[in-house]
Write a new protein. Structure first.
Length: 167
């Protein structure tokens, strides 16, 4: 089922129901509106996740699942996902965002904070896995990926910038 909307939806108003109806949403990039607007992707599976958010079930290490969405997903380079992938989960009517190790608010929204909000131990949550094969194509380790508590190797600020610029 595809969620039908004629009007773009502000990112902060997108819901779990909307993602479940259509797992891929595209940014409209309408700078003059001053909002981050989204529309459902017109065609699945996608071959590029650029300017898109992808909703999915996330399987926690303890086997339970939670629903959320991924951003900054690279469908071909798993190494980039270790450092740039964003994760947001839907919980009790709110959206919780996981900060990456290089984000300024890591201490407030990092893995430990997320575990506390979920009400589980870190060991019960990470690594969490996802499978996007129903809505995306690409490298298997990107389509069926995992989100670690922290990457195998932390990059310095300058290395993060270089990776962002050079891919």
């Amino acid at each position: 089922m595809i969620f039908r909307t004629q009007k773009p939806v502000p990112a902060e108003e997108i819901t779990e129901v909307m993602f479940r109806a259509n797992p891929v949403w595209e940014f409209c990039n309408e700078d003059e509106s001053g909002e981050t607007l989204l529309m459902p992707a017109k065609k699945l599976p996608i071959t590029s996740s650029e300017n898109r958010l992808v909703g999915c079930e996330l399987r926690l290490r303890d086997g339970s699942t939670i629903f959320g969405y991924l951003g900054n997903l690279d469908l071909t380079k798993a190494f980039r996902n270790q450092h740039f992938l964003t994760l947001s989960i839907f919980m009790n009517g709110t959206t919780e965002h996981l900060a990456r190790y290089h984000d300024l608010d890591f201490s407030d929204r990092g893995p430990a904070a997320l575990a506390q909000k979920i009400g589980k131990n870190l060991e019960d949550i990470f690594p969490m896995t996802y499978d996007l094969s129903a809505c995306a194509t690409g490298s298997d380790d990107c389509i069926r990926g995992s989100i670690q508590k922290e990457p195998k190797e932390r990059l310095s600020r300058s290395e993060i910038i270089m990776l962002a610029v050079n891919g």
